[in-house]
Design a binder for this molecule. Structure first.
Ligand code: NAD
Length: 368
């Protein structure tokens, strides 16, 4: 298969962790006989340094010509980096927001998975952590409260702030379709989260999700109020498969879900548009405090590359081979410093990438 991937190395630890993800992809190419070309793209601080702006039209143009984009995190230390002396719309993060908008990336996928080998890092009670969990949060990313009109003005002598929450049925339908499709590739369960007892937008959300479900009757659908979902995530996380929700609820719930895995360096994410195109990146930031030390955990970025293989290229076996390799590496006791615990083997960024690559070949041989 011939694939073209845009690569944004990013800032801080970005280049170090992206290098390991590319190394793993190259091993997948060799082992499974694919041909991937990599197009280097600039975004964020690196783009400010090279071009004066966090995102150029040229980068958007080149990104659109790729099948998918793999990105390390962008940004620097807001307290010391010169990038943060610039106007807000010229800072690194402005480039990322513009990129998401230009590419119409409306579906944000954030898995939260507890590796058995890392369950000690889970802050939940032992009997809950022992059950493990494996969920995917599918969050609507381009509508709702964060994109409505907002204002602060004096009305009848009182300072008043307004934020508009709008959802159109087509915006709900397309994200619901995405969630049901993803559930079909997983354990076949969607929990749609809303606040139907209060909000009109939630009543429309529930109506449209229920309508879409009629085309996916092989998938089990349940509806849950957002306040209940926030509680169930810490009480019974093993119960969730796919959580489908709107922009703001998804923002909050996905951070809660990532917290209960106990390790930010392990969490990938994807943002997809109507076609199979996606931007894949680790959930964490650019970690300027450890940049250049060669100790960052590359697993979230490597898992983001696996998500790209699964969701953009439909290469399920290859994606699973990466995930299995990571599980095996953790089982064998290898740890970067952020997930290090007693009696484990501490490795640096490059060594972690090497250990994962070794086990990809092993998985491939076992499949044969
Ligand atoms: P951060 O996630 O970069 O770092 C928080 C802590 O987690 C730090 O101690 C860091 O060392 C550690 N950490 C993060 N990723 C790690 C990894 N892979 N391996 C080991 N340790 C890791 O959050 P922050 O310090 O608040 O933000 C730093 C910069 O990143 C800021 O400029 C912020 O705007 C940016 N940021 C970018 C994105 C993105 O590109 N999507 C997301 C979040 C933050």
């Amino acid at each position: 298969m011939q694939l073209k991937i845009g690569v944004i190395k990013g800032d801080g630890i970005g280049p170090e962790i992206v290098a390991e993800a590319i190394k793993v992809l190259r091993r997948i190419e060799q082992v499974y006989n694919h041909n991937i070309t990599y197009e280097s793209l600039l975004l964020g601080g690196a783009s400010i340094d090279a071009c004066g702006v966090p995102l150029t039209e040229e980068t958007v143009f080149q990104a659109k010509k790729c099948d998918g984009v793999l990105m390390g995190s962008i940004g620097g230390d807001p307290n010391s980096s010169a990038w943060y002396q610039l106007e807000p719309d010229r800072r690194p993060e402005a480039g990322l927001l513009k990129m998401r908008k230009e590419l119409n990336l409306f579906a944000n996928l954030r898995p939260a998975f507890l590796y058995p080998a890392l369950k000690n890092a889970c802050p939940l009670r032992e009997e809950i952590a022992n059950q493990g969990f494996d969920m995917m949060i599918v969050r609507e990313l381009t509508g709702g409260l964060y994109f409505g009109k907002r204002s602060t003005e004096v009305i009848n002598g009182v300072l008043t702030a307004k934020d508009e929450l709008i959802y159109q049925e087509n915006e709900i339908r397309r994200i619901a379709i995405r969630a049901f499709e993803i559930a079909r590739k997983r354990r076949g369960k969607v929990c749609s989260v809303d606040k139907v007892n209060v909000l009109d937008s939630s009543r429309l959300w529930r109506k449209i999700v229920t309508e879409v479900h009629s085309d996916y009757l092989d998938v089990v659908l349940e509806h849950m109020l957002v306040d209940n979902c926030a509680m169930q995530l810490v009480k019974n996380p093993a119960d969730f498969d796919v959580i489908l929700t709107e922009n703001m609820f998804g923002d909050i719930l996905s951070d809660e879900a990532s917290m209960i895995t106990g390790s930010i360096g392990m969490l990938p994410s994807a943002s997809l548009n109507e076609s199979k195109f996606g931007l894949y990146e680790p959930s964490g930031g650019s970690a300027p405090d450890i940049a250049g030390l060669g100790i960052a955990n590359p697993i979230a970025t490597i898992l983001s590359a696996a998500m790209m293989l699964r969701y953009t290229f439909d290469l399920e076996q290859e994606a699973a081979a990466i995930e299995t390799a990571i599980t095996e590496v953790l089982k064998a006791g290898y740890r970067t410093i952020d997930i290090m615990s007693e009696e484990k083997i501490q490795v640096n960024t490059v060594q972690m990438g090497d250990e994962i690559c070794k086990r990809i070949e092993k998985t491939y041989r076992m499949e044969r």
